[in-house]
Design a protein. Sequence first.
Length: 163
Amino acid sequence: MATTSGKSLIVCKSIHHGNTLQVARAIAAVLGGEVACPEEVPSTSLSEYELVGFGSGVYYGRLHEAIFDLLRGLPDDRVSLKPAFVFSTSGLPFLSIAWHSPLKRLLGRKGFEVAGEFSCRGFDTWGPLWLAGGLNRKHPDERDLERARGFANTLAPRKLPIG
């Protein structure tokens, strides 16, 4: 994985339906960033980015453990405050405040300041939902991805005119 100073990195774990990967790619397209699985990212490389996003689907009421494992490999640093953001897809995105909170706390301990959060509906076939064909079958849809791009625009560094 190549890294370039000034770039954004979106760390994404999307394993069942590709919901979160679609959102990660939409955000990355706006930020000019790259998307990587947490297992591909050496924790030492996170300092090379100006902005880092962390996202996954929701599994048993929690973001994927691989995201937490990556961050646990970093030393505690409550001073640096590098900007980061959190995002997720789930069958019930209105509960994202509960799902994002543990990750936000860990990010704070590891020297990140959460600059924003995004959540949208994603196709969910957890447990008995698969018997009924799942929840949010066609999500994220184009409207969800447009909202993700709008969210990314709020995070993008503002470019000042030259001259």
